[in-house]
Write a protein that binds this ligand. Structure first.
Ligand SMILES: [Zn+2]
Length: 393
């Protein structure tokens, strides 16, 4: 018992030291003792272990505080690599990253229509090219899927598009690849990415809404993802916003996904009277054509985009009312719509919540730069893995 307690406190101290190095960039052993409250000999012993395991490296002498110049320590970015897997789109994606979230290799696999075992086989095939022997050890896998996911047990409770019900995805992947696997919902991971790698909000709370093929929100409370009692926190895509609206894949009518997803926007554009519009014609417009029409102030395209934004704003109002979180971030392909969408979302949200609450709320697009947008889920998976395996973020 005593031995177990000693080991736990050693683990705890080691994580604390590693987290401090990760958070500070470059620190000396004396800095570490000061900021962790641990004794110098304890810090030295822990650092020796971290150097040996190649998680940390000595990067040279720092400025002197009067005496001998101290040796600075930093995270060894390439001391481990990790694999992040994003199963949220028509293309499954995976990436190899280093410890600071830098992506070194990307792979993708067309997966539209794949369900059940076929979808699982595609995950195996997707990951295999990333398993070539490397100089650095593999820390593990972070995997994001749409649907209801139990992140503690690594079980996909229900992912409608992938045809998975109670699939023990973590167990399957750990059996196959022999490394730790962590599984979570895609929108929850997008929120974690914004919190970890984006512009830090002044508070530890944030909501990120991903709008692409589907719509889902991730809620960060007190710096950690809030999953909900049934792992569906933020599952706003299938909340009805227009009871007389279109039939949804879930069986209901007028879910947010039928008014504001990319597919719904294009469908609504096709159904509108397009006489005189640059979108006139028989076929459903493509997303780039639609964006171009919006940018050219085409009235049909603008009306459809504003209507999508208004419905989204109604959903945002409910989130503001329920959580009173001041920072709401939008991500995904609808960010192509720019200020027009933000204005519509804000206008509707302001109409639907207490003025003081609306005024204190900022709705903006993700701060993860364009080039990294497609990687927002991947980055979230990396953050989850770093938190669970090393305790550093
Ligand atoms: Zn639905």
């Amino acid at each position: 018992m005593e031995k177990a307690t000693r080991r736990q406190s050693k683990d705890h101290n080691s994580r604390l030291v590693l987290k401090t190095i990760y958070g500070n960039g470059q620190v000396s052993r004396a800095d570490l003792a000061r900021s962790t409250g641990l004794t110098r000999p304890t810090v030295s012993a822990i650092v020796a272990g971290l150097l040996e395991s190649a998680l940390v490296s000595e990067i040279g002498p720092g400025p002197s505080a009067g005496g001998k110049r101290p040796t600075l320590l930093a995270i060894n970015d390439d001391g481990r690599h990790l694999i992040a897997v994003d199963l949220s789109g028509d293309e499954f994606r995976a990436a190899r990253l280093n410890l600071s979230g830098g992506i070194t290799t990307r792979v993708g696999l067309p997966a539209a229509g794949l369900r059940g075992d076929a979808a699982l086989d595609a995950v195996y095939r997707l990951v295999e090219p990333l398993l070539t022997p490397t100089a650095t050890p593999l820390l593990g896998f972070g995997v994001a899927t749409p649907g209801l996911v139990d992140p503690q047990q690594g079980i996909v409770r229900r992912a409608v598009n992938l045809g998975w019900v109670d699939l023990p995805l973590r167990e399957r992947l750990e059996e196959r690849f022999g490394r730790p696997v962590h599984v979570a919902n895609d929108s929850h991971m997008a929120a974690l990415a914004e919190y970890t790698y984006g512009d830090p909000p002044p508070s530890a709370n944030l909501i990120a809404i991903r709008i692409g093929r589907g719509i889902g929100a991730g809620v960060i409370l007190g710096g950690r993802p809030f999953y909900g009692d049934g792992f569906g926190a933020g599952e706003i895509g299938h909340v009805v916003v227009d009871p007389a609206g279109d039939l949804c894949t879930c069986g209901n009518r007028g879910c947010l996904e039928t008014t504001s997803s990319v597919r719904a926007i294009l469908k609504n554009a096709a159904a509108a009277d397009r006489t005189g519009s640059v979108l006139a014609g028989d076929s459903v417009p493509t997303w780039p054509a639609f964006i171009q029409a919006v940018k050219a102030h085409d009235p049909v395209a603008v009306d459809v985009a504003v209507a999508a934004g208004r419905h989204l704003g109604a959903a945002v109002a409910h989130l503001v009312g329920a959580y009173n979180i001041h920072h709401i971030v939008l991500a995904g392909r609808v960010s192509d719509l720019g200020g027009l969408l933000l204005d519509a979302v804000n206008a509707e949200m302001h109409q639907r919540v207490l003025p003081a609450m609306a005024e204190a709320t900022t709705v903006r697009f993700t701060s993860l730069a364009d080039g990294r947008l497609a990687d927002i889920v991947t980055l979230g998976c990396s953050a989850l893995l770093l938190h669970r395996e090393l305790g550093v973020v």
